[in-house]
Design a protein around this ligand. Structure first.
Ligand code: CA
Length: 330
């Protein structure tokens, strides 16, 4: 079985993440699916952007000084779509001592050429257009970004995304769209309430994060919000429980592979086997040529281990061309 190749935020190893040019390159390189993240704007529009904020990939801090929150971030939810569409987008950076530094120095240079933000609708139109012009049905892995945060802001992100997906014809399991989230409660609500109400039945992927990353918060009965503890998902016999609301899992690939007994060899943890035994598909993130896990000497070795040792169903990667080549598909 050959796993699907899913371009993470597009071919983001080569062009600024999440942009339409990055998606176009992924299509051109032969990716089966493109992955994106969806967040909501102040005026309830759906934006393709990885972070809840705009400041690590755009000029928002220069264009809208003073609009940041106490934590220093310029949140998507605090801006209207019209404002966001005027921003310049670039390769991901951090700011250290007032200096911008690229997160991945060998990738596309900062502030070169012209890139911008776009909406979920625009991305779906793009893929529809490609289906017409290229005759290839490139699918989507659609990640709902922090539904819990949007709930805190009084918004219902999953319902809004489902309405748009349905409008663009993503309704059944044959429509090449999988919905992902780290937020288990949001997936449970989709399964029990939103999907039946909208008349959409798409596969759901439970993303598995690291508890210490504070990826997800959940509301407790007393109304307070607590960091969600993912550790239980990595214990034995947890997958049967996940199966009650999800069709697959999206773990960090370091949860699947580890150093083998021989020098340079890669072994599998039990997680992929347990997920498959529970009837779940396994689509790990993220294969990066410039950020390999310590157990993997090369990207080819990593891909081979994910296929042969873990029998993964899909590989989410910033470098779709390199994964396709490792799989012998190009
Ligand atoms: Ca994502």
């Amino acid at each position: 079985m050959t796993p699907l190749v899913i371009a993470h935020r597009g071919a983001s190893g080569y062009l600024p993440e999440s942009t339409l040019p990055a998606k176009a390159l992924a299509v051109g390189q032969g990716a089966d699916y493109v992955e994106h993240d969806v967040v909501m704007t102040r005026d309830n529009r759906l934006l393709i952007n990885h972070d809840l904020w705009l400041d690590n990939v755009s000029d928002v801090a220069m264009r809208y000084p003073g609009r940041q929150r106490a934590d220093g971030h310029y949140y998507v939810i605090d801006f209207d779509l019209d404002e966001i569409l005027t921003l310049a987008v670039t390769e991901r950076f951090t700011t250290v001592d007032g200096q911008q530094r690229p997160v991945f120095p060998d990738r596309f240079p900062l502030w070169q050429s012209n890139f911008g933000f776009h909406t979920l609708e625009s991305e779906l139109e793009f893929l529809r257009g490609v289906r017409h012009s290229l005759g290839r049905d490139v699918g989507i892995f659609s990640e709902l970004k922090s539904p819990w945060f949007h709930e805190q802001e009084g918004r219902d992100l999953p319902s809004a995304v489902y309405d748009v997906l349905a409008r663009y014809g993503y309704r059944t399991r044959e429509d090449r769209c999988r919905v992902m989230s780290f937020d288990a409660r949001a997936l449970q609500r989709i399964r029990a309430d939103i999907a039946p109400r909208v008349g959409v039945d798409l596969p759901l992927t439970q993303l598995i994060g690291h508890t210490e990353d504070h990826e997800t918060f959940e509301q407790l009965p007393d109304g307070t919000w607590a960091n969600y503890d993912y550790d239980w998902m990595l214990e034995h016999n947890s997958m049967e429980q996940v199966r009650t609301w999800a069709d697959g899992i999206g773990p960090d690939l370091t949860m699947l592979v580890r150093q083998g007994t021989q020098p340079g060899s890669i072994a599998a943890t039990d997680l992929a086997d347990e997920a498959h035994a529970a009837g779940l598909y396994v689509t790990p993130w993220t294969v990066r040529v410039d950020q390999l896990p310590s157990c993997a000497p090369t990207v080819d070795a990593l891909v081979t281990a994910l296929v042969q040792e873990c029998r993964v169903d899909g590989i989410i990667t910033d470098f779709p061309d390199r994964v396709l080549r490792a799989l012998g598909r190009s």
